[in-house]
Design a protein around this ligand. Structure first.
Ligand code: CP
Ligand code: NVA
Length: 299
């Protein structure tokens, strides 16, 4: 079983939430993954994903190996397929953060162990699962709650949209024209929403998107790999800042951000450090939720 998209959590979301809840309450013995190893290939920078997965493995009695493609034979031309075949003979699962989603799919096609997407340009499923866990801690039953996403229709937005669609939530996204979530992801979300009773909307007005929201979420305007577009993006996203003025349209909302944040751009200090912000709870929950995912895949 691979976790490449949020949709790969289909049928196990509630079980993972309950497991993460028990683990957070102190439920791990510490030997659940004894002698198990996780390879972690990071083509891009990471603080939370790398450290939470590595600490999760340690606290469950297993071991994680950080690998940078630059220092692997892959960096000298060994194929993704051969790397996947080889690592499958040593480790019990592979976490990959890659520039191209299709590289993770290619790796998964040739791996004989579970492959976990630790972020690609298309999705960030483990982040989104952990964020829904945080929302559930705050509000209980998720179905019917409104999640508003303001900013770039990026990887994090895609996974949150698919998750909202699966969990029966009301998802409202506001992005500048040309920076909306990808059509194929919106189509998939609409399909899922039909079954769950969720609603999905893609708008261009942040004020309209956040109206009546239970959670308002934002992410950076310039994701890793988009540095060349920085100037244009900063100009186009200027009116999509999550600030206290925008929050006046959603007075009950909790504020979320996957981090890292560019303070003063997509979110103000005042909002990020304000009483509605739950960003540190989100960051902590990555650890508990990664453990649940690892146990589900490996134990
Ligand atoms: N939110 C998140 O995935 O953070 P990192 O890039 O630090 O892993
Ligand atoms: N959208 C951001 C998320 C970082 C966790 C990026 O891809 O850089």
């Amino acid at each position: 079983m691979h976790i490449l998209s949020f949709t790969d959590f289909e049928g196990m979301v509630e079980e993972l939430f309950e497991l993460a809840e028990r683990l957070k309450a102190g439920g791990a013995k510490g030997d659940e993954l004894r002698n198990r190893s996780l390879a972690m290939i990071f083509e891009k920078a990471s603080t939370r994903t790398r450290v939470s997965f590595e600490v999760a493995m340690t606290q469950l009695g297993g071991h994680a190996i950080y690998l940078s493609p630059r220092e692997m034979q892959m960096g000298r031309g060994e194929s993704i397929a051969d790397t996947a075949r080889t690592l499958s003979r040593y480790v019990d699962a592979v976490l990959i953060r890659a520039r191209r989603h299709e590289d993770v799919e290619e790796f998964a096609r040739h791996a004989e162990v579970p492959v976990i997407n630790g972020l690609t340009e298309l999705e960030h499923p483990c982040q989104a699962l952990s964020d829904f866990f945080t929302m559930r801690e705050l509000r209980g039953e998720l179905s019917g709650l409104k999640l508003a996403y303001v900013g770039d229709g990026n990887n994090v937005c895609h996974s949150l949209m698919l998750g909202s669609a699966m969990l029966g939530m009301r998802f409202s996204c506001a992005s500048p024209e040309g920076y909306e979530p990808r059509q194929e992801v919106v189509r998939k979300a609409l399909e899922l929403a039909e079954r769950s009773g969720a609603s999905i909307e893609v708008l261009h007005s942040p004020e309209q998107a956040v109206e009546g929201a239970d959670f308002v979420y934002t992410d950076v305007w310039v994701s890793m790999g988009q540095e060349d577009e920085e100037q244009e993006r900063l100009r186009r996203f200027r009116s999509f800042q999550l600030n206290s003025e925008l929050l006046r349209h959603a007075p009950e909302a909790k504020v979320m951000h996957c981090l890292p944040a560019k303070r003063g751009l997509e979110i103000t200090d005042e909002v990020m450090d304000g009483s509605a912000s739950v960003v540190w709870q989100q960051a902590e929950n990555r650890l508990h939720v990664q453990k649940a995912i690892l146990l589900k895949l490996l134990a």
